[in-house]
Design a protein around this ligand. Structure first.
Ligand SMILES: *Cc1c(COP(=O)(O)O)cnc(C)c1O
Length: 300
């Protein structure tokens, strides 16, 4: 199968929200529905896998191996990609596997992924050559994709999200950031300034990470970019009653599904920043719906 053709970006809809908070000042809030890019592979993880899979195929690899937590959108997408494009996949999962697999891991197994659980301590050594050699002894030769798809190929794919919006329509593009790979990729291509909402704790952490990605991928930022590190809501995958209530209300009003780890958090943050007059009143803001909806099942 021609992978480049299979990963041609389809038309991705942009929805304009009827939100009084924005329209009152002559502004606008829109959502890029990147969650709809593929029926199974989640939003930005589809973009991150694109050039990884193209490269793996070109280099003749049969097996793709990567890392993630038990609710990893990345491992989930990788498993589905392996099934669709004929790669064997191995997922190294952080922490013990539950006796009854959660729906995310069950989907991965159903798609043919081999799961290999490691302790949190072992997981910390995931980039260690000795640890990787051990995995190679066990699973044979593989193409390694880092956790979260956080490599140059991943960023190159995410850069293509910049082709999904007309630059003259927006003053700012916002997104949730975990590793910062998506934002680094977009920064290399988007003419519109970017705001990333850091979904995990750590003052200044992601701004440093994004700069590190830009340097190691030899990307030049084409636009101004900024990270907000104050809207993580207590840490990665942590929720608050306010966040959950916001998501419920947002879904009811706009009929757009969100999840609390990334997309709910970014929209909740944008609303808060808007209320605090962080943006000029008449700004037209685009939020990237980066997917992750399979993970909602962990919050019901
Ligand atoms: C992985 C993920 C992100 C974070 O992307 P990074 O490139 O790691 O910053 C955002 N949203 C969703 C839904 C994700 O699955």
């Amino acid at each position: 199968m021609d992978l480049a053709a299979a990963f041609t970006t389809p038309a991705i809809p942009i929805q304009s929200l009827a939100d009084p908070l924005f329209s009152a000042g002559g502004g606008r809030l829109s959502i890029l529905r990147a969650d709809r890019v593929h029926a199974g592979m989640s939003g930005n993880k589809w973009f991150k896998l694109k050039h990884n899979l193209i490269r793996a195929r070109r280099e003749g690899h049969q097996t793709l191996l990567s890392f993630g937590g038990p609710w990893s959108n990345h491992l989930h997408a990788l498993a589905l990609a392996g099934r669709e494009f004929g790669f064997r996949t191995v997922g190294i999962v952080r922490g013990q596997l539950p006796e009854i697999l959660n729906p995310c891991l069950q989907d991965a197994v159903n798609a043919g992924m081999q799961l290999h659980a490691v302790t949190r301590e072992q997981y910390r050594h995931k980039n260690d050559p000795v640890f990787l050699r051990g995995l190679e002894n066990q699973y044979g030769e593989f193409f390694l994709i880092p956790e979260g798809g956080a490599n140059r190929e991943g960023a190159l794919g995410c850069a293509e999200l910049a082709d999904c919006y007309a630059p003259d329509q927006f003053d700012l593009v916002c997104m949730a950031c975990g590793t910062g790979t998506m934002l680094a990729g977009l920064a290399s291509r988007s003419p519109v300034p970017l705001l990333g909402i850091q979904v995990l704790k750590g003052e200044g952490y992601l701004a440093r990470e994004v700069q590190r990605h830009l340097d190691r991928f030899a990307f030049k930022a084409r636009c101004h970019w900024q990270i907000d590190d104050r809207h993580h809501g207590g840490g990665y995958a942590r929720t608050t009653p306010a966040l959950m209530a916001f998501i419920e209300e947002f879904e009811r009003l706009h009929r757009i599904p969100l999840e609390p780890v990334y997309t709910g958090k970014v929209l909740h943050a944008i609303m808060d920043l808007k209320k605090r007059d962080f943006f000029p009143q008449n700004w037209s803001i685009l939020v990237i719906h980066s997917g992750g909806l399979q993970g909602r099942r962990g919050f019901i």
